[in-house]
Design a protein around this ligand. Structure first.
Ligand SMILES: *[C@@H]1O[C@H](CO)[C@@H](O)[C@H](O)[C@H]1NC(C)=O
Ligand SMILES: *[C@@H]1O[C@H](CO)[C@@H](O)[C@H](O)[C@H]1NC(C)=O
Ligand SMILES: *[C@@H]1O[C@H](CO)[C@@H](O)[C@H](O)[C@H]1NC(C)=O
Length: 300
C-alpha cells in the first residue's frame, strides 16, 4: 500500500455535542459546537509504533478552522475485514448513522459529513448494498460538474457566485480514490436517489461519470468524494493538492458550512468534565510527513 492509499483514508464527521449547559449561561446554546471525527485503523506499517487508530491532523484543523472543537470517536474494534460493509470503521459509522436517522425521526438535528471513504460508506449505508465500482481518479484535481440541483442545494447556497463559478471551472477538488458510485448506479438505485440529491459529478480516468458531491434531501447528511481539507492542510509536494486562493476559499467555506450545521444540533455532553476529557486537546499530534502524505496525525 503506497502513499496514495493513505491519502484516501477518510473520515466521517458527526456533530454530536453542544456545550455543557452551565458553561455558557449567557451564550446562544449552539455557539460552542463540537464535532466528532471517527478514527481509522492504522494501515501503514511505519505508523504502527504510534497507535492502533489515527486521525490525520488535516481533518481536525479543517473542523477547527470552521469554529468548532473536535472529539475523536474511537472505532469499536471487533476485527472486521477491510471493506465497506464489515470493517470496524463501517460498523462504528453504521451505529452513528442509525442514531442520526433516529434523531431525525424524532425531530432533532444530527448532521453527518463523509469525505472520500466516508462518502462511499454513506452510499452503502443508505442503499443497504455496495454499489461501488472502479472509477479511479488518483492524484487528480477537477472542477465540479454541477447538476441542476446544486443551484438550490444547502451546501452551495451560500457560496459567493464568483467562487461557485470558480469551482465549476478551476481544478479545485483533489481526488484520491479508486472506487466510486457511477451516476448510472446511483440513479438506478431507488433508495439512494430518493435519499440524496446529486450535486456534482466528474469523469474518472476510465471515462465513467461518478457522483462527486451529494446531500440528503431531508437529512443533514453530506458527502464529498473529493478532499476539501487538503487544500489548506496538506503540503506533500508529491501530490496534486490545490493551494490556489480559490482552493483555500472553497475549503474554508465548506468547513464553516458544516460547523454551522453542527450549531443546530442540541446534543451535548452531560457534564463539563466529561466534555473536557473527550476533546482532542488531550492528545498531541505527531509529525508524520516523513512516513505518510500527511504532515501530522493524532494517534489513539
Ligand atoms: C457533466 O454532467 C452532464 C450530466 O450528467 C454530462 O452529460 C456531461 O458529460 C458532464 N460533463 C463533464 C465535463 O463532466
Ligand atoms: C501527482 O500529480 C502531480 C501533478 O500532476 C505529479 O507531478 C506527481 O508526480 C503525481 N504524484 C504521484 C505520486 O503520482
Ligand atoms: C518519522 O518521524 C517521527 C517523528 O519525528 C519519528 O518518530 C519516526 O521515527 C520517523 N520515521 C522514520 C521512518 O524516519
Amino acid at each position: 500500500m503506497g502513499f496514495s492509499a493513505l491519502v484516501c483514508a477518510c473520515v466521517l464527521a458527526f456533530c454530536s455535542a453542544a456545550p455543557a449547559k452551565h458553561l455558557q449561561r449567557n451564550e446562544p446554546e449552539n455557539n460552542r459546537p463540537i464535532i466528532g471525527i471517527l478514527t481509522q485503523e492504522v494501515d501503514i506499517e511505519a505508523m504502527e509504533i504510534f497507535g492502533k487508530t489515527y486521525i490525520p491532523s488535516s481533518y481536525v484543523k479543517y473542523i477547527e478552522s470552521g469554529g468548532a472543537r473536535v472529539v475523536p470517536i474511537s472505532l469499536i474494534l471487533i476485527g472486521g475485514s477491510v471493506n465497506l460493509e464489515t470493517s470496524d470503521f463501517a460498523h462504528t459509522a453504521g451505529i452513528y448513522f442509525r442514531l442520526a436517522l433516529k434523531a431525525h425521526d424524532e425531530g432533532e438535528y444530527f448532521p453527518i459529513w463523509g469525505t472520500c471513504l466516508g462518502f462511499q460508506l454513506l452510499t452503502v449505508l443508505v442503499a443497504g448494498e455496495n454499489l461501488l465500482s472502479k472509477t479511479t481518479a488518483e492524484n487528480v484535481t477537477y472542477p465540479l460538474n454541477f447538476s441542476s440541483e446544486a443551484q438550490s442545494s444547502r451546501m452551495f447556497a451560500n457560496i459567493p457566485p464568483d467562487l461557485r463559478k470558480a469551482l465549476s471551472q478551476e481544478p479545485l477538488t483533489a481526488n484520491f480514490h479508486h472506487y466510486g458510485v457511477t451516476k448510472e448506479a446511483f440513479m438506478g438505485n431507488e433508495k439512494l436517489k430518493d435519499f440524496f440529491s446529486v450535486l456534482s459529478t466528474n469523469i474518472a480516468e476510465n471515462g465513467l461519470e461518478f457522483v462527486s458531491t451529494m446531500e440528503g434531501r431531508k437529512h443533514p447528511f453530506y458527502g464529498v468524494q473529493w478532499h476539501p481539507e487538503v487544500n489548506r492542510f496538506q503540503w506533500d509536494p508529491r501530490y496534486n493538492f490545490p493551494h490556489s486562493s480559490n482552493a483555500v476559499r472553497i475549503s474554508s467555506v465548506l468547513a464553516e458550512f458544516f460547523v454551522n450545521e453542527g450549531r443546530r444540533s442540541s446534543h451535548h455532553f452531560s457534564e463539563a468534565a466529561e466534555e473536557s476529557r473527550a476533546l482532542i486537546y488531550n492528545y498531541n499530534p505527531v509529525y508524520v510527513a516523513n512516513i505518510s502524505a500527511y504532515e501530522q496525525s493524532y494517534f489513539f
